[in-house]
Design a protein around this ligand. Structure first.
Ligand SMILES: [Fe+2]
Length: 275
């Protein structure tokens, strides 16, 4: 997770990697706002659509060279924030390019690591609060919202190539510390078993307490690939690759009894995904 703060800071990152036609992925680092400042990995997705319009998902500030490469791809017009504990760089792209910011309805931009959004005020107002019914700037994209955690999260589902799922903190793919993580983060990853492929966001799960039923619903979504907010892209057979972790953490959620049988699907009057 990358908790939002009130200001954007530049952190090291890698090259823009084209993973599908008109879709790029870039990995970088982020200092968690906790003692010892572990620099963990984070990733951004760049989507080009509608006559060279660009939408950034899970935004990450790029350096000057990265911004040049981004500008060469098209016009940066939109930013979509999927995860409650991310978004610190959204305003950077709004100020630099006039990008419209879309953030998930029912979340907030908060400072520090907290799930106590009832007693905090959003430090940033996006241009749009979106949900499953919002028409996003990527016309073919569908939204799926996980509502049972303490902090809501959304996934974006693109239909091409048998389904590309863009996730927030719920799905990670960090088989090893990447080159941007620092020694503290490397130690934490080894110590807490976070250096794993195709995993649930363990810290997110502990903090936000999703229901087991809703975690399992991820497996009903039509996707073949995952572009996660932390770690490496998962190209091909992604649902099967994540299945064990999703089922394991869903069972753990059940055992914790965070949600009763009657409210485990709270907020889901319908499961239809809409763009
Ligand atoms: Fe995160």
């Amino acid at each position: 997770m990358c908790q939002s703060t009130h200001s954007s800071q530049l952190f090291p990152h890698g090259e823009l990697e084209q993973v599908f036609p008109n879709i790029w992925f870039v990995q970088g680092g982020w200092d968690m706002p906790v003692p010892l400042k572990p620099r963990i990995s984070r990733s951004m997705v760049i989507i080009r659509h509608s006559q060279d319009s660009i939408t950034l998902v899970n935004s990450m500030r790029l350096n000057d060279e990265g911004l040049k490469q981004l500008e060469a791809l098209g016009r940066v017009e939109n930013v979509i924030r999927l995860a409650s504990m991310h978004g610190a760089d959204d305003n950077f792209y709004r100020e630099r390019y006039g990008a419209k910011v879309y953030a998930l309805k029912g979340t907030q931009y908060t400072r520090g690591l907290t799930v106590d959004i009832e007693n905090t005020k959003s430090y940033l107002q996006p241009d749009f609060w979106f949900d499953e019914k919002t028409r996003l700037p990527i016309p073919e994209a569908k939204v799926w919202v996980m509502r049972s955690p303490k902090l809501k999260e959304a996934c974006l589902l693109l239909p091409q190539h048998n389904g590309i799922l863009l996730s927030g903190d719920m799905l990670h793919n960090t088989p090893r510390p990447n080159s941007f993580t620092n020694i503290t983060a490397k130690l934490f990853m080894r110590l807490f078993g976070l250096a794993r492929s195709y995993n649930i966001g363990v810290g997110w799960w502990h903090m936000t307490k999703p229901s087991g039923d809703e975690l399992r619903q991820l497996l009903t979504l039509p996707f073949e690939h995952v572009l996660p907010i932390h770690g490496e892209p998962v190209i091909g057979n992604a649902k099967n690759k994540y299945r064990k972790a999703i089922e394991r953490f869903a069972s753990r959620s059940d055992a914790k009894q965070w949600h009763s049988n009657t409210d485990s699907n709270t907020g889901h009057p319908e499961r239809e995904m809409r763009g």
